[in-house]
Design a protein around this ligand. Sequence first.
Ligand code: BEZ
Length: 225
Amino acid sequence: MASALRLGSTAPNFKAETTKGPIDFHEFIGDNWVVLFSHPEDYTPVCTTELGAFAKLEPEFTKRGVKLIGLSANTIDSHEGWIKDIDEISGSKLNFPIIGDKERKVALAYDMIDHQDATNVDSKGIAFTIRSVFIIDPKKTIRLILSYPASTGRNTAEVLRVVDSLQTGDKHRITTPINWVPGDDVIVHPSVKNEEAKELFPDFKIVKPYLRFTPLPKEKTSASA
Ligand code: BEZ
């Protein structure tokens, strides 16, 4: 029985075959951020659209130092044929690896197997619960876990938005409010006292003592430093 994964857990390491060759997952992460997203079965309709959308948005992830990697509980031979369909349907050029997890070893290590029935005989062998998104940082810490029902396609823009929020929060002492997108005001981190906030965020505004908004400070360039 694999242990439950939580935010803050170290992403379990594994070796696996992928459509881009064998990988050691921790080596694959290296110094990058990684988005790992999973599918229960190849040639499933919703998953087909999701993979096409991730492939099309990959340049935006790359700009942010994020590597994409998919997983599906079939063989890599099966994945190869599916990728052709995905590219045909979506107009994508899917270039990131997809893990072949026919044995569901990675799915088990990542706590994605139906806890009521690991064999999934109840659902004609399709493990509907292998539909998660993990955002993993360069320290190999899991920073986001999302689990989707089979009936609902994921939102790639939301995954990118969370990457932006996490990376911004790692850089500045801030958090991001509901529906934040880059360019919006952010929240001064509760650990920053007002005296320090005046230095860090000269334009911060106190809405309540526990809720202080600020524009992000402008990046200092070597020319302006
Ligand atoms: C899909 O449409 O992608 C899907 C269908 C059945 C199970 C899981 C996913």
